[in-house]
Design a protein around this ligand. Sequence first.
Ligand code: CO
Length: 175
Amino acid sequence: MIPTDLDNLRIVCYPDPILREKAEPVTEFDENLKAFVEHMYELMKTGEGVGLAAPQVGISARLFVLNPTGEPEDRKVYINPEFIGTNGVAEREEGCLSLPGINVMMRRARVARLRAQDVEGNTFEESGEDLLARIWQHENDHLNGRLIIDNMSAADELANRKAIKQLKVDYAHSR
Ligand code: CO
């Protein structure tokens, strides 16, 4: 499930079908998983993203990494995450490394509590609000095959129509 050859990993873009799959639970907490997570950190940094989920690098695994500040000490991995509570509503524009050039106004819970495992397999719980809670919800959507373009307003649909069409053309040409 987690590949041993990491050199060919790259960020995949919509409409790659891996982005629509429900990702598989992570069961092996070994050196290979650690190497994969390190690779995810690098790809997130290169892409200048605040979060990256395994399906976005073509791997069906329930894990995501994030770094809301860009500082190396603030990066973190969440493996087999599960929401155990959400509260409030907040609306803000979101982008996605798998949907370059696209921005969508997203309604999210403002506060969330998450249970996940770290790279050693230890379970932990964390509460977050605002940007952190938003990144969790965005990345967790990736693990369930959901993307920010799934419930666009008419205005967002119009604003993003050309970029979405272009991504489909690029994808067809890359095959
Ligand atoms: Co995304």
